[in-house]
Design a protein around this ligand. Structure first.
Ligand code: MN
Length: 281
């Protein structure tokens, strides 16, 4: 992908999950062209929902359900893998600036073998106060409800602020949360955060003080602590090493559980050597 900056904020050595959120890549802000592009060939997922939050640029999503959807700034794509799905993603021709967050949400055991699904959410509720705009990406906040369907208690917020703005952000006391600056710095409950530094907030708080020395933009994710042991390998979320190895072998063999992505120009990705699958630590 050339010079496209991708920062893996979750999982890390010290923080595996935040509620059901189990993966967070922050892409950009980047300028495409000159050898930098976003083009992800067809690949499978199981046991999770992929959650794409577009800040700048346009990406075309295709999946094995037949979905073909461009996601634009201010929109969310939510794909439920369940027992198996496959998809591709590519920057729309003419997209020059790219900035987005790509996340995964672990599905609880009761529904993780369910049917795959895809939904596109072009409009999300937002509230503004004191120069701080909060967009509700997932779950509920300040009396507003995001449109996506989730299987665990969850929240996702995009917070943008003018320089010098400050707010007290409501939190659900039974949730844990994490705050990740996307642009500029932020001061969270007395801690100065720089871009790429994620701050974890343990359950038990009803709010958090957020202020911005300059123009700022942070992502807040949260949820009830996920009590099931989660195992992740390649693009799969499961519980046991054997099911992850089996999913990789089935994908490479063209198994029907992942369907087929139509319309993507190029070969699919190949699952890596399953020797890399490790039991949950
Ligand atoms: Mn994917």
């Amino acid at each position: 992908m050339g010079g496209l900056a991708i920062r893996r904020a979750l999982p890390t050595r010290s923080l595996r999950m935040v509620g059901p959120w189990c993966f967070l890549d922050h892409l950009g802000p980047a300028v495409l062209g000159g050898g930098t592009d976003l083009r992800v060939a067809p690949h499978p997922h199981t046991g999770l929902q992929t959650f794409s939050w577009m800040i700048e640029g346009e990406i075309l999503h295709r999946d094995s359900l037949g979905s073909e959807q461009v996601i634009r700034p201010g929109q969310v794509n939510l794909m439920t893998a369940g027992r198996g799905i496959s998809h591709s993603e590519e920057a729309v021709r003419g997209t020059t600036g790219l900035h987005m967050a790509q996340l995964w949400i672990a599905l609880p055991d009761a529904v993780r073998q369910g049917a795959p699904a895809f939904s596109h959410h072009p409009e999300l509720p937002r509230t503004e106060a004191g120069g701080v705009v909060v967009t509700v990406l997932a779950g509920r906040h300040a009396g507003l409800a995001a449109p996506g369907q989730f299987d665990s208690p969850i929240v996702g917020l995009d917070v943008r602020a003018a320089a010098g703005a400050a707010t007290e952000l409501e939190l659900a006391p039974d949730f844990e949360h994490a705050v990740l600056p996307l642009e500029g710095g932020a001061r969270i409950d007395g801690t100065d955060l720089r871009p790429a530094e994620m701050l974890h907030l343990a359950p038990g708080r009803a709010s958090v003080a957020v202020s911005f020395p300059g123009r700022g933009h942070v992502l807040v994710i949260g949820g009830a602590p996920f009590r099931e042991p989660v195992l992740m390998w390649w693009n799969f979320v499961g519980r046991h090493p054997d099911e992850l190895r089996e999913a990789g072998a089935q994908w490479n063999a063209g198994h029907e559980r992942f369907g087929r992505v139509r319309g993507y120009a190029g070969p699919p990705l190949t699952a890596p050597d399953p020797a890399g699958v490790r039991p949950a630590g």
